[in-house]
Design a protein around this ligand. Structure first.
Ligand code: HEM
Length: 533
């Protein structure tokens, strides 16, 4: 048509109608391309692959948008339903705008993804990149830099002797939580306590003390540094947890419809100044008498003491330190709140934990880290909560294929985002009889049908910390913290429901999956131990 146009130049009217035909042709061509791409299983992002046919079942979603609308609200539940509808529990393909995605909802395919070296990278969302996480452990691509960071963290922050060495400060923090809970209860008509705020303060202080060597009094409204930290953490959680449409529809990047880019740009200099200030403080004090090799030195000391090839620039150290706050704070507080909610709803299970505590610890001393190994029923309660309410139902941060790879007989092309729907796995009736029932006995080996399952990533029926080379490095610290909190909260108090605030297990999915309505419950003292450490 174009060559004809140049051979026989048209009259003005003819010219206008040719241009109109040309426009119609372009629109028709674009629409039919979109339609053809969209018709394949998994939708348009899969259809645009040249020379590779997608054999993985999955919803087409809408043209251009794909299944983006499914990601609002409780995405883990909607994705589980979609996988069921499409007969795609092993592996489901879908499109999120331009992003090609596969989702595993069975342990064997989850294992193949999480434990494969072909999926050892993560897609970097815009907010994570802006908030410096590209240079932190969670998002750095696999390679020498990431391996070095993991090694340093494993040796100096998460090693069992480090965790044990910070036991005293965990104990101190918990004693303060118990005291402030008792105080709030005594001042509140009806005695109900808003547990989440106590847990959030304690978890932030736990991480601040083992990573930065600082504790804050968050109740002191005059402490500007504490208020600033709390506010920055809250803003960071919101930005990282938001589902950003611009991550999947590049045309939206310049418009920034959710205002995420702008908010990140404002937060980054504040975070950098805050963390840099702590680093500078440590440098000054290191010159005096701190010994980074000692078990109780904090993680900033350790990073500053690195030499040679391991030495980090200040900018990289800021990224690594800041990430620890994000990964370590909300998960432990959220998990503990879910456990407490289930125990308030199930007084008979709570009574069994009390009985175990009274037998193993007694009422004369406070619980400590070393008691936990002798509390199998309490451990089973934690595992059952990880099963019913995994803090990251989609394991929070996805993986990215770095090459073409075969999973369950299907080709997954390089550059595909891979997710594991851990919630779907932990609610699969083929794996867990009566999955909706809260039953810690499943994890007690001596009970009929019970088994002491390892939740650290070796058994994909319950892997709330992920698995493989990118498995959560903070899982031992997270578990030690949650188990100690739980033991102390139950040793000291019996928790009963408040008629003004009935327990509501509705969920909201942010960076982690939280209770929509924070738990309020009444703590009735069982022992007089509050400040005993
Ligand atoms: C209940 C507590 C926790 C849960 C449920 C949890 C869960 C997870 C999950 C699901 C992942 C992704 C794993 C994968 O892709 O296979 C992860 C990664 C990570 N977690 Fe945790 N986590 C918890 C506590 C912590 C703590 C206390 C810290 C540190 C202070 C931490 C630091 C990290 C880091 C740095 C990564 C990224 C690892 C990498 O990509 O190499 N987590 N976590």
């Amino acid at each position: 048509m174009i060559s004809l146009y140049f051979l026989c130049p048209p009259s003005n009217a003819h010219h206008a109608s040719l241009i109109a035909i040309f426009h119609e042709f372009v629109v028709f061509y674009c629409l039919s391309t979109v339609l053809v791409c969209w018709l394949v299983p998994g939708g348009s992002a899969w259809g645009s692959l040249k020379g590779k046919r997608n054999s993985i079942p999955g919803p087409r979603g809408l043209p251009i948008l794909g299944s983006l609308l499914e990601m609002g609200g409780l995405a883990h539940r909607r994705l589980a339903q979609l996988a069921q509808t499409h007969g795609a529990l092993s592996l489901m393909s879908l499109s999120l705008g331009n992003t090609r995605v596969v989702i595993a909802s069975k342990p064997d395919t989850a294992h193949d993804i999480l434990c494969s070296s072909s999926f050892a990278n993560r897609p970097l969302k815009q907010s994570a990149q802006q908030l410096l996480f590209g240079r932190a452990i969670g998002f750095a691509p696999q390679g020498d830099y990431w391996r070095g960071l993991r090694r340093i963290a494993a040796n100096h922050l998460f090693a069992p002797k480090r965790i044990a060495a910070h036991g005293a400060s965990r104990q101190l923090e918990t004693a303060q939580v118990l005291a402030s809970i008792a105080k709030e209860s005594s001042l509140t008509p009806g005695g109900a306590v808003h547990i989440r705020s106590h847990l959030q303060r304690a978890s932030l202080n736990n991480i601040m003390s083992s990573v930065f060597g600082r504790r804050y009094n968050f109740e002191d409204t005059d402490c500007a540094e504490a208020l600033q930290l709390k506010e920055m953490v809250r803003e960071g959680f919101e930005l990282l947890g938001a589902f950003n449409w611009a991550d999947h529809l590049p045309a939206l990047e310049a418009i920034d419809p959710q205002n995420i880019h702008q908010r990140c740009a404002k937060l980054v200099p504040r975070v950098t100044a805050f963390v840099q200030n702590i680093i500078d403080d440590h440098r000054e004090r290191a010159a005096v008498n701190r010994s980074p090799g000692s078990d109780v030195s904090d993680f900033v000391d350790v990073l500053l003491s690195l030499q040679g090839g391991e030495k980090l620039s200040d900018a990289d150290a800021v990224a690594v330190l800041w990430e620890m706050i994000f990964r370590g704070t909300d998960t432990t507080a959220i998990l503990t709140e879910w456990i407490m909610a289930e125990l308030v709803l199930h007084p008979e299970i709570q009574a069994k934990v009390h009985a175990e505590l009274d037998t193993v610890v007694g009422k004369e001393k406070a619980v400590c880290d070393t008691d936990i190994a002798r509390l199998p029923y309490l451990q089973a309660v934690v595992k059952e909560t990880l099963r019913t309410h995994p803090p990251g139902p989609l394991l929070s941060w996805a993986r990215l294929s770095t090459e073409d790879v075969q999973i369950a007989g299907h080709l997954i092309p390089k550059g595909t985002t891979a997710m594991v729907n851990m919630w779907a796995i932990t609610h699969d009736p083929a794996l867990w009889p009566n999955p909706e029932e809260f039953c810690p006995e499943r994890f007690v080996a001596s009970e009929a049908g019970g088994a002491d399952i390892d939740v650290r990533g070796n058994d994909l029926r319950l892997a709330p910390f992920g698995a493989g080379r990118r498995v959560c490095p903070g899982r031992a610290l997270g578990m030690a913290t949650v188990q100690l909190w739980l033991a102390q909260l139950l040793h000291k108090f019996e928790w009963v429901a408040s008629t003004d605030h009935p327990v509501d297990l509705s969920e909201v999915l942010k960076l982690s999956c939280e209770m929509v309505h924070p738990l309020h419950a009444i703590p009735l003292p069982r022992t007089s131990l509050v400040n005993v450490i």
